[in-house]
Design a protein around this ligand. Structure first.
Ligand code: BGC
Length: 715
């Protein structure tokens, strides 16, 4: 147990070999486990809401009073701590002599070893646990206690119903009890009466006196025994989480399940997932490790077996960003699933099809036609974003933001995601099952945004927030206009197979033909929006130096970036990498060079787009650091954690997905040409080769790259 790993970065193992209380929030994210149905933060067993402990449920939301609606955290069945001769030994208060926390991310198994020294001798706690990916309702835990002196020991373990909430409490009624040897806690949400039940069955391999001590929210079992030196006392815990709105049932009653069988079947399932998703990079262990770690996160949060569910911007790491789904899913994450688990990609799109009515309601609310998807989408397409989505650090007052009303590009992102899926899967059937209607409604939405000045022949889109959120309410954001055209063109192309009403067809032809698409200026640079070039041209560092408070919001009416050319994230660069066939390499390179130094990369969605465009312009060395930044987002401490006074920490699945896109579409150069996959590698100097598998049109392919030669073969 005490063998500190010399090498921290071992294959598929993430280790922290000392106890550092300052890392509590970060560890909760980077040691995360999940199975798509829930995520379990990488906190320790003795932790409570103070240390941001959470079992975050996918797709279940609640609104408490007037506060923001957010996803729900379930009661925590892992809660456990110890007493030795009446004294509590628990982190963070009782400092350990040795502590190691580990995530085996090949198998999503979290473990910890803690060693406390007392005046009588040493105490050791070892615990291993996982969110079963084979039975998504279950969690299994094995807790081992030992001492090197005889003592009176007590293990207190149970279901902690006093959960961490940002805008809670969400359980207005709680019921606790025991039935057939299992303890349970049921919480009932206030808004929709959804019940979340956590049950657990505890098995000990030793004689002990057991009593229950409950509170009105939690159930705790006190297991008391006389511990002998050098003997291991093992507790096995099998937990089950269910809700009243589940898409799939449980399998096996928990008292019949045991840790070793569960871990075995869980590993078999993970092996299957890695068989298609693992990526080998020859010559760069750090890149290989970080990329597969990103892939691990994408696998943990994939809504497998679920109907019409999507992935929140912070995955299943908690309630940050209200547990809501953003354009992140269709623009940055879906590519990975399309090529490794197409059924998951389809589920993500089904979520959008199912929430079309919510998008139509939102369009109407703004006097627009068609479907305007929620910026922060919750169940049913409910818009979680408020008009005041940032808190001003100086006045502590909510600040008017325009994410909700003006980020028109979200509907187009969904159409873009859908078309990536259809082109790579060949599943045109989805169009008959609601997707065609969705695309048409999105086209009507963009049509209703078009305006034409009296003397102009061109359509414009005014008063917009593009991907770069620091510049609000601008006219003719190049990205948004180009995406609108893409949506018009998509409907027109599909109209060969799915006949359109003639009037609508003519309207869309007219929209596509006449929408203003920004062209490069005499220097080859495309202006991000009308008037952008007239803004103050200063460096990111100068803008940063003007901050009065480090948590200050850079955008909005008075933000330090608002009247400068400094942008938050990829905007023109995103457009160029998405429509690479429309532009020459020169134009792409010129714009990359222009916009990169002006980009704060204040969003984790940014670096991957620059990396991709750098690959498309044959600059793998420029692409490399930006790829690494994306792949290491959740491995790196101190990412951006504040939006004004709002905490925005958590995992970053869009960045993980973006790293996958940069690796596979960028460096490996996987591209679809004339209905076929081609591979034109563009590896960084350091990489000797890559190999991985992909699914394309229902078939599995293996890709082998050696230096600058790539081969794709069907498996
Ligand atoms: C970014 C958005 C993104 C959101 C959620 C924001 O900081 O600017 O583009 O969708 O975070 O990840």
């Amino acid at each position: 147990y005490y063998n500190v790993r010399e090498v921290i970065m071992m294959e598929f193992i993430l280790t922290e070999s000392e106890f550092n209380e300052d890392n509590t929030a970060w560890n909760g994210n980077r040691f995360l486990m999940g199975n798509g149905y829930f995520g379990i933060r990488g906190t320790l067993e003795e932790y409570t809401k103070k240390q941001m402990c959470a079992v975050n449920m996918a797709g279940i939301y609640d609104k408490m009073g007037n506060s923001w609606r957010e996803s729900v955290n379930a009661p925590n069945p892992l809660y456990t701590y110890i007493k030795v001769n009446g004294k509590i030994y628990a982190l963070p208060d009782e400092k350990p002599k040795f502590h190691q926390q580990e995530l085996d991310f090949r198998y999503g198994i979290h473990s910890r070893v803690t060693h406390w020294q007392t005046e009588h001798g040493n105490i050791t706690v070892v615990c291993e646990r996982f969110a079963s990916i084979a039975r998504q309702h279950n969690i299994a835990m094995k807790y081992t206690f030992s001492v090197d002196f005889d003592c009176e020991a007590e293990i207190i373990t149970g279901i902690d119903g006093d959960v961490w909430d940002i805008n809670g409490p969400h359980f207005v009624k709680m019921k606790i009890g025991s039935k057939d040897g299992a303890d349970y806690v049921t919480g009932m949400t206030g808004e929709k009466n959804i019940s979340v039940t956590v049950k657990e069955y505890i098995r000990t391999d030793f004689q002990a006196e057991q009593t229950n001590q409950n509170t009105d929210k939690s159930i705790f079992r006190h297991i008391k025994f006389s511990a002998k030196a050098e003997k291991e006392y093992i507790i096995e815990k099998i937990a089950e989480i269910t809700t009243s709105v589940d898409d799939f049932g449980t399998s096996g009653s928990i008292d019949e399940l045991n840790y070793s069988d569960l871990v075995a079947e869980h590993k078999v399932e993970w092996d299957k997932i890695w068989d298609i998703s693992e990526i080998h990079i020859d010559g760069d262990d750090e890149a290989e490790y970080s990329l597969n770690y990103s892939i691990y996160h994408l696998n943990c949060i994939a809504p497998r077996n679920m109907k019409g569910k999507s992935i929140p911007a912070r995955g299943l790491s908690g309630q940050v960003y209200k547990g809501a789904v953003f354009w992140d899913t269709e623009m940055f994450m879906i590519d990975y699933y399309i090529h490794t688990a197409p059924e998951v990609a389809k589920t993500l799109l089904q979520y959008r099809i199912d929430t079309l009515s919510g998008a139509k309601i939102k369009a109407k609310e703004y006097g627009l036609d068609g479907a305007y998807y929620a910026w922060e989408s919750q169940e049913g397409g409910y818009e979680g974003c408020s008009d005041y989505n940032v808190t001003d650090v100086f006045t502590n007052r909510p600040m008017r933001t325009y994410f909700r009303d003006k980020q028109y590009h979200v509907s187009a992102a969904i159409v873009y995601g859908l078309m990536k899926y259809i082109n790579a899967s060949g599943d045109y059937d989805i169009l008959n099952n609601g997707a065609m209607e969705m695309v048409i409604e999105c086209a009507k939405f963009y049509r209703s945004l078009l305006i034409r000045k009296a003397d102009s022949s061109l359509y414009e889109i005014h008063d917009v927030v593009g991907p770069d959120e620091y510049h609000e309410r601008v006219n003719n954001n190049a990205y948004t206009n180009r995406m609108a055209k893409f949506v018009f063109d998509t409907v027109l192309e599909l109209s060969d197979k799915y006949p359109l009403d003639n009037k609508l067809k003519e309207m869309l032809q007219d929209s596509s033909k006449n929408i203003l698409i920004k062209k490069p200026n005499e220097n080859g640079v495309i202006e991000q929006f009308d008037g952008y070039f007239k803004l103050e041209d200063v460096s990111v560092e100068t803008v940063r130096s003007r901050l009065i408070n480090p948590k200050e919001y850079w955008g909005g009416a008075y933000g330090v970036a608002s009247n400068t050319q400094v942008i938050k994230q990829a905007d023109i660069v995103a457009m160029l990498s998405m429509f690479k066939n429309d532009y020459t390499k020169d134009i792409m390179e010129t714009n990359l060079k222009y916009y990169e130094p002006r980009t704060e990369h204040g969003s984790s969605l940014s670096a991957c787009m620059y990396s991709l465009l750098a690959c498309y312009t044959n600059n793998p060395e420029i692409a490399y650091p930006m790829f690494m930044k994306s792949a290491k987002t959740d491995l790196t401490k101190g990412g951006k954690e504040w939006l004004g006074l709002i905490y925005i920490g958590g995992t970053h699945p869009a960045s993980a997905g973006g790293a996958w896109i940069a690796a596979v579409k960028g460096f490996a150069g996987i591209n679809e040409e004339h209905g076929q996959l081609v591979c034109r590698p563009n590896l960084p100097e350091k990489w000797n080769g890559m190999n991985f598998k992909l699914i394309y049109k229902g078939k599995w392919y293996s890709v082998e790259i050696k230096d600058d030669k790539g081969t794709i073969s069907m498996i």
